[in-house]
Ligand binder design. Structure first.
Ligand code: ADP
Ligand code: MG
Length: 401
């Protein structure tokens, strides 16, 4: 589960991480007022930042983060961001609508760093990932200069050790008071990560402000944050669960998850109904191999009920781009006859106007074949595929025609 930057900022504050002052607004007039409040409160600089609150990152590159130097500029920037979809390297090409903005006090940045905690699957433990080359191009740094990225595993039981934080701070090039400030933030972030069951807690950029008389080494603080949570742990994270923004969740994906289905919509035209994530990936690959484009990833799970499978067909067929459906089931715990019955029910309830290719193998396959044979008259667009390659060829041929 993902949350907005302004919500991530609140969590950082709760764990003690310094962040610039900020106000969330939904219209240009309030953005102007927020500027006046923030900029008089702040020492020097006279600048604020108007930031689109959407789940996609890379906002700076798409005009979703604007520096403003007056309340009038804040109002104009807010109007521009709110009235057109935001397109960034992480949004669909048509962009995403923006309804909320965060106006943050501008800080004088001396240098930007990257600091994140993620799950290291290889070590089955959290890992700190940090770089002195933070900011908007961290993806490029990871690709072209992997040696500029520091990695340090964290004990899931003991948490981050003080010596680790110091080592990372020195390797990032922090000096004087900065070492202590950055180390403290690493501990706070690691605390947040473990206590809130995060799958990712990322600060990009972590910054050092320009030196002042009061802070000759500057101040280390978080200027942007992205936090994701492990959905399997939400059952014990009521407060976190309540942060979910339903407008950011794909309605079909949410609907599917209520039926225990893992559904992810894609851009192609061949709907896929498969059991098991690995088989679903393999099915998508083989569709592509034969020149088709999958319309979705759908794993109906190991113990799919007739009801859930019928719902799965409903979701797939609702997508106007779908011009064919490939069912690929390997019956283990899920039984082929259950799937066959669900196909018949779905055909009656939803109706298959598009080609349907069914490939079933495993538990109760004989009975399943019988059910489908008998239903052939009711589902004229259905073909039964032998093996996976044959089924993939059938569906790509049927949809290409
Ligand atoms: P995104 O990662 O979505 O592009 P960020 O919040 O990281 O959005 O903003 C992009 C850049 O804008 C940052 O790398 C930083 O240089 C600048 N920026 C963001 N917030 C502030 C702020 N409060 N004060 C000064 N500069 C900022
Ligand atoms: Mg950022």
């Amino acid at each position: 589960m993902n949350i907005h930057e302004y919500q991530a900022r609140e969590l950082l504050i709760k764990f003690g991480v310094p962040v610039p002052a900020a106000i969330v607004v939904t219209n240009p007039m309030d953005a102007a007022k927020a500027f006046d409040k923030l900029v008089t409160r702040q020492h020097g600089g006279g600048m604020a930042v108007v930031k689109a609150q959407v789940h996609a990152g890379g906002r700076g590159k798409g005009g979703g983060v604007r520096m403003v130097r007056s309340s009038d500029e804040a109002r104009k920037a807010a109007t521009e961001i709110l009235t057109r979809p935001l397109v960034t390297p992480q949004t669909p090409p048509e962009g995403v609508p923006v309804t909320k903005l965060m106006v943050a006090a501008g800080v004088e940045i001396a240098k930007e760093y990257y600091l994140a905690i993620a799950v290291d699957r290889k070590n089955s433990a959290p890992i700190i990932v940090a770089s002195a080359e933070g900011g908007m191009d961290i993806e490029q740094v990871a690709r072209e200069k992997p040696e500029a990225i520091i990695r340090e595993p964290i004990s899931p039981i003991a948490g981050l050790a003080p010596y680790q934080a110091r080592k990372i701070a020195y390797r990032l090039g922090f000096k004087g008071q900065q070492v202590r400030m950055a180390g403290k933030i690493m501990h706070q972030l690691s605390d947040l990560f473990l206590k809130c069951d995060c799958s990712l807690a990322e600060i990009n950029p972590l910054i050092v402000t320009k030196p002042t008389d009061e802070h000759p080494d500057g101040v280390v603080m978080a200027v942007d944050a992205k936090i994701n949570f492990d959905e399997n742990a939400l059952i014990r994270q009521e407060d976190i669960r309540s942060l979910e923004d339903p407008t950011e969740v794909n309605a079909d994906e949410a609907h599917a998850s209520r039926f225990g289905l893992s559904y992810i919509k894609l851009d192609g035209s061949i709907g896929c109904l498969v059991n098991g994530a690995g088989l679903a990936m393999a099915t998508m690959d083989i569709i592509k191999l034969h020149g088709g484009e999958p319309a979705n990833f759908l794993d109906v799970g190991g113990s799919a009920s007739e009801e859930a499978v019928t719902e799965a067909f409903r979701i797939i067929l609702q997508d106007p781009k779908v011009n064919g459906v490939l069912v690929n089931i390997f019956g283990g715990i899920a039984k082929c006859d259950t799937i066959a019955r669900a196909i018949v029910v779905a055909a009656k309830e939803v109706g298959f106007t598009v080609p349907l290719v069914v490939r079933l193998e495993g538990t109760n396959v004989e009975e399943a074949r019988k059910i489908l044979e008998e239903a052939k008259a009711e589902i004229p667009t259905m073909q039964i595929g032998g093996d996976l390659t044959e089924a993939a060829k059938m569906i790509t041929a049927a949809t290409a025609a």
